[in-house]
Write a protein that binds this ligand. Structure first.
Ligand SMILES: Nc1ncnc2c1ncn2[C@@H]1O[C@H](COP(=O)(O)OP(=O)(O)OP(=O)(O)O)[C@@H](O)[C@H]1O
Ligand SMILES: [Mg+2]
Length: 280
């Protein structure tokens, strides 16, 4: 009797799905591999959707934004939040952490722009008492830190947070142009760790141009998601804008929306169109 050969190979489509989740889960997954084996196209797509649903999502703390991305940021994602100066990046990041804290999740905020005192005072205006969260062990803040990528990795492994914000990566990785190779390998290590430690991360980056220009930098391609913040003037009014450029595995509403800075933080309101604030 001939021995039946066991096929362990899977096709390219299934391999792509397998690789995506193994990267996120940080290891080989024989159960998923077996499940993908022999499935036809339609069933593979269904399985892919089911896994995403099972992974779950993290609310951003901005209800209208959550609705634009099927309920929130998929767990274990790294999302880039980018914009020109003063467009709300730091506030966005802190709102994301505070939302986690309200749900019993721990967070770490790495600030390379502001010291922790200033940050805490600024956040009081939104009703977020960072000092209290820190005292209760729900939040760690590294303000104006002179820390390296390796320090970030160590702190994350020690504290085991659910959510992290790095504000901003441009300052963390600013080694000068002569060290591009070192910079790239450190960034890769950081991303690998964030995936392995099962954290959901917001990384802010700085842009020198707004939404009007379709131009992307190396960081924009790095994340699983990309959210643009911008600020413009319409009829002498200062208007904040937000646009979800990408969110992997998610049907997004990619419209540009208007947001406001309220005493509860960022609130997304209307769709943006050039005539939106015309006086009738
Ligand atoms: N309570 C508030 N009400 C209205 N506007 C506010 C309030 N707090 C902050 N702002 C405005 O929001 C802007 C953006 O805040 P934030 O610090 O989050 O932006 P950022 O993109 O991180 O800025 P930077 O480029 O300096 O890091 C501030 O410059 C300020 O004009
Ligand atoms: Mg900032």
């Amino acid at each position: 009797m001939t021995k039946q050969r066991i096929h362990t190979t899977i096709d390219a489509e299934a391999y792509h799905i397998l690789q995506k989740y193994e990267e996120q889960w940080g290891g080989k997954n024989a159960v998923l591999e077996a499940a993908l084996k022999g499935l036809d196209q339609g069933h593979k797509a269904q399985l892919d959707i089911k896994i995403y649903e099972k992974i779950g999502r993290k609310s951003t703390g901005i209800p209208t934004l959550d609705q634009m991305i099927e309920g929130g940021i998929p767990k274990n994602f790294v999302v880039i939040v980018t914009g020109t100066p003063g467009t709300g990046k730091t506030t966005f990041g802190m709102q994301f952490l505070v939302e986690g804290i309200k749900n019993g999740e721990r967070g770490i905020f790495f600030s390379f722009e502001e010291d922790s005192e200033q940050l805490a005072n600024h956040c009081l205006r939104f009703g977020w008492n960072l000092r209290e969260y820190a005292e209760k062990g729900q939040l760690l803040i590294y303000g104006l830190s002179m820390i390296t990528v390796n320090d970030v990795i160590e702190v994350v492994q020690d504290y085991k947070p659910s959510r992290i914000v790095i504000d901003s990566i441009n300052l963390l990785t600013d080694f000068g142009s002569s060290n591009k190779l070192r910079e790239n390998s450190m960034l890769r290590n950081l991303l690998k760790l964030l995936k392995r430690e099962r954290v959901t991360t917001i990384i802010t980056t700085e842009k020198t141009h707004g939404l009007e220009k379709k131009a992307f930098d190396q960081f924009d391609f790095m994340g699983d998601g990309l959210i643009f913040l911008d600020r413009t003037t319409v009829n002498d009014m200062d208007v904040f804008l937000i646009k979800v450029q990408k969110m992997r595995g998610t049907k997004i509403n990619g419209q540009t929306k208007v947001f406001e800075m309220t005493d509860q933080g960022i609130v997304v309101s209307l769709d943006f169109s050039p005539g939106i604030f015309d006086i009738k």
